[in-house]
Design a binder for this molecule. Structure first.
Ligand code: NZQ
Ligand code: ZN
Length: 395
């Protein structure tokens, strides 16, 4: 096992009614009487699922001053983050509360970094990964869509529209100070977001599991259990989108996948994410859908480089029997076929054309491949040429 440090400072409060029960205590902890809270949200779904009203009701009870930062888009941009940071500075904000999915949480977490930083946070932290030594503004989150696990990690994925780079880094200092997770808010999610978000969770677990070291270890044991449970809950939620038990399980699995527990002692691949992030930087495609297209193709490229892990996955997650296959390679490929079948069963896109790409996007593929970060944690590092091959096989 590789050496590791583990921490996760986020205080999680999970379950029905948690905002009404728990938010006031957090506000009193971070905001002086009469101080200012910035409420960040996206295009309005938070007003339909009840989360916004629940937050505002509590904030009004505490008597703090409320300012709003709305219109945070999916795949948030650096420009939007800078606008929010400027507002937070100007209004002397003491606490940011993000209400939404990964995009809103990420944008608000990034605002919390830049609002207290005199330099160029994008350049210093996102691009150069310098140590973060300045005080970060406290940011708490109210999750309305399970997917990214942003509620319990220190990542904040932004798109720089000028350079066409979409990226992030995980800083312990950027973890939200609290996460309020009421599964009832997720019931209004459109089926498309349920599919994409749940696949993103599965992707996070796979990207970690398929990396060094490969010998038996507690992190991978947990990961196998999480994958089995998530596949079960995904099917249950697709069969009955109002199944609150399945929705609750999916919500907590998103956090367990990203609170760094399953990353302990693992090199972490995330090359599928690197490839998807750049597709998204150029096309603004949906994150989970882009991953669904890429994963099976990527794994058919690398399964021989981590064969033992692909065999364990086929047996322990997809419950395939070694006796039914002529070789370990065949068994590993059958596991990847099972993943591809789940993607089809869920109604997720399986090709770039199904993502809505046309000739314009096709022509951009070499440039997009050129712009991808290469993961140092993969079973085998990609080359630009192989990324382009993968993109073309996804067409
Ligand atoms: O804009 P609003 O009105 O909030 O609507 C959102 C958005 O249209 C909607 N939505 C959210 N909760 C809802 C709801 N609609 C109805 N009912 C609800 N309860 O869903 C749409 C998608 O939301 P978004 O936040 O964009 O989705 P997601 O959570 O998948 O986040 C995607 C972003 O996170 C990044 C992705 O790259 C992308 O930019 N990621 C962040 C990570 C992290 N912080 O660790 C890791 C991930 O790998 C990922 O890269
Ligand atoms: Zn993801």
């Amino acid at each position: 096992m590789e050496n590791f440090n583990w921490e996760c400072r986020t205080k999680v409060r999970f379950g029905k009614g948690c905002v009404a029960r728990e938010l006031e205590g957090f506000v009193r902890e971070y905001v002086e009487p009469g101080g200012t809270v910035m409420v960040g949200y996206g295009g309005g779904s938070a007003k339909k699922n009840g989360a916004y009203d629940d937050v505002i009701r509590v904030l009004e009870q505490t008597g703090c001053r409320i300012i709003e930062f709305s219109g945070i888009m999916s795949n948030p941009t650096l420009a939007k983050m800078l606008e929010g940071a400027e507002l937070a500075r100007r209004e002397n904000v003491s606490l940011i509360i993000a209400i939404g999915g990964g995009s809103v949480m990420d944008c608000c977490k990034a605002i919390s970094v830049q609002a207290k930083y005199d330099g160029d946070a994008w350049q210093d932290f996102w691009m150069e990964g310098k140590p973060m030594t300045h005080e970060v503004l406290p940011c708490g989150v109210v999750v309305t869509m399970p997917a990214t696990g942003s509620e319990v990690n220190g990542c904040a994925v932004l798109t720089n529209e000028e350079t066409r780079i979409k990226t992030d880094r995980d800083y312990a200092e950027v973890n939200p100070v609290f996460a309020l997770m009421d599964p009832a808010y997720t019931l209004t999610m459109p089926l498309r977001q349920l599919r994409a978000g749940t696949f993103d969770i599965l992707s996070h677990i796979m990207e970690t599991y398929f990396s060094w070291s490969v010998e038996g270890n507690p992190a991978d044991d947990v990961a196998e259990g999480l994958m089995r449970g998530l596949i079960r809950d995904f099917r249950a939620a697709l069969a009955d989108p109002q199944d609150i038990q399945a929705r609750s399980n999916i919500m907590w699995t998103a956090s367990l996948a990203e609170n760094r527990i399953i990353k302990t002692g693992k090199s972490k691949d995330f090359e599928a994410h690197n490839m998807e992030h750049q597709l998204s930087a150029y096309t603004n495609c949906n994150h989970g859908e882009g991953l669904a297209v890429l994963h099976p193709v990527y794994y058919r490229h690398i399964y021989r480089d981590g064969l033992g892990k692909f065999v364990s996955w086929a047996k322990n997650v997809w419950e395939l029997d070694r006796n039914d296959y002529a070789s370990d390679e065949d068994l590993a490929l059958a596991g990847i076929d099972a993943l591809a079948a789940l993607i089809r069963e869920a109604g997720l896109p399986t090709t770039m054309r199904e993502l809505g790409f046309g000739e314009k996007e096709k022509e951009l593929l070499p440039e997009i491949a050129e712009s991808c970060f290469i993961s140092g944690g993969a079973f085998r590092p990609m080359t630009t040429q192989e990324i382009l091959e993968i993109y073309r096989e996804c067409w």
